[in-house]
Design a protein around this ligand. Structure first.
Ligand SMILES: CC(C)(COP(=O)(O)OP(=O)(O)OC[C@H]1O[C@@H](n2cnc3c(N)ncnc32)[C@H](O)[C@@H]1OP(=O)(O)O)[C@@H](O)C(=O)NCCC(=O)NCCS
Length: 327
């Protein structure tokens, strides 16, 4: 039985910052509402020449450097995104070509804001099933600034651009990923959506004018779903391996809303010292948020060798999941 763990992390966020105050100049909103309701102060926005794949490349290179590997050591790239460069090919394929990971297979995972836990789970499961996958690069990268409707205050204020990455490899027995759990509730598939090329309503001038081709989110339904599954998913991955909630040293949650995280922790009788958040400066970077938070927490030395770490994510699909690992 292999023990697979994280041997390197990295992240990249674009330089351009868009504050709540900047947004309030063109949208009927204000800093107080956004900060109180969601916990965001500002977000990063990709420059015109930066694609989702570009953000992913910087994050991936940082993670490989942190792991002490070079691109030729990578056997597989799994990339979570719901704002890919293109529908075809995968963003992972573009990244693989540009970083020169010539020995790697590459594909994308589409699980929206739970993309991070899905991608790590799929990568880890593939490694367990096949010993030839020794070093796997797992990436989350998003440019929601490109798919948001900037005239809609119900969605535009929530998101930001960014990418994070990690490298999975063999680690010694006491460390690594101990349990994974991914699930979906497709009854809520229309709660968060953005049309692709195969939808019933192609992006013609007419559908664009009727605003059919744009990112949509029913915020309150997401709240109900996320606050319910947050403690549930964490309990499941923890109790299945006979660990207790009190054993967890650090929870890294998908950065959707600080109030979802507070409520989730409260349900678990944990306080905010048990989590690391960066939603205030980067907003919700969807499939990238856990990778970015993990890399930043690592950079700050918050992840100690032997720490019990729990990842939890939720989002469009409605997809969700959690991972329990020993750092
Ligand atoms: C959306 C959300 C913040 C709403 O919180 P809430 O406490 O239910 O909000 P309230 O009912 O107090 O406020 C809603 C009002 O604020 C208004 N509003 C929405 N966006 C606003 C904004 N950016 N600025 C100011 N007002 C806004 C709404 O129009 C609504 O006004 P109305 O009551 O006149 O219709 C909350 O449900 C949430 O965080 N959901 C999860 C969203 C999320 O995390 N998405 C990411 C998915 S992974």
């Amino acid at each position: 039985m292999r023990n697979i763990g994280i041997i390197g992390t990295g992240f990249y966020v674009p330089a351009k910052t868009l504050t709540n105050k900047d947004i309030s100049k063109f949208l009927d909103t204000d800093d107080e509402w956004i900060y109180n309701k969601v916990g965001i102060k500002e977000r990063r926005i990709a420059s015109d020449h930066e694609a989702t794949s570009d953000l992913a490349i910087y994050a991936a290179q940082n993670a490989l450097f942190n792991a002490g590997l070079n691109p030729l050591d990578v056997d597989l790239i799994v990339l979570a995104t719901s704002s890919p460069d293109m529908i075809q090919p995968s963003t992972a394929a573009i990244v693989q070509g540009k970083i020169g990971a010539r020995n790697a297979a590459a594909f994308d995972i589409s699980a929206v804001c739970a993309g991070s836990v899905y991608a790590i789970t799929v990568a880890e499961n593939m490694m367990r099933a096949n010993p030839k996958y020794k070093n796997v690069l797992v990436i989350g990268s998003e440019t929601y600034s490109r798919i948001l409707d900037w005239t809609d205050r119900n969605t535009a204020v929530f998101f930001g651009d960014g990418a994070g990455a990690l490298v999975l490899s063999d680690v010694s027995e006491q460390y690594g990923i101990k349990n994974t759990f991914i699930m979906n509730d497709g009854r809520g598939a229309s709660v968060i959506q953005f049309q692709g090329g195969g939808s019933r309503y192609p992006a013609t001038k007419d559908t664009l004018e009727r605003k059919l081709h744009r990112f949509e989110m029913q915020g309150k339904l997401v709240w109900d779903f996320a606050t319910k599954i947050f403690p549930e998913a964490i309990r499941k991955v923890t109790e299945e391996i006979n660990k207790k909630i009190e054993d967890i040293d650090l929870i890294i949650s998908h950065q959707a809303n600080i109030n979802i995280i507070k409520k989730g922790l409260n349900e678990l009788n944990l306080d905010m010292s048990k989590t690391f958040t960066n939603i205030e400066k980067y907003a919700n970077t969807s499939g990238a948020s856990i990778f970015i938070a993990l890399a930043e927490a690592n950079e700050k030395g918050l992840l100690k060798k032997g720490s019990n770490v729990c990842l939890v994510a939720f989002g469009g699909g409605l997809s969700y999941g959690a991972i329990y690992l020993i750092w």
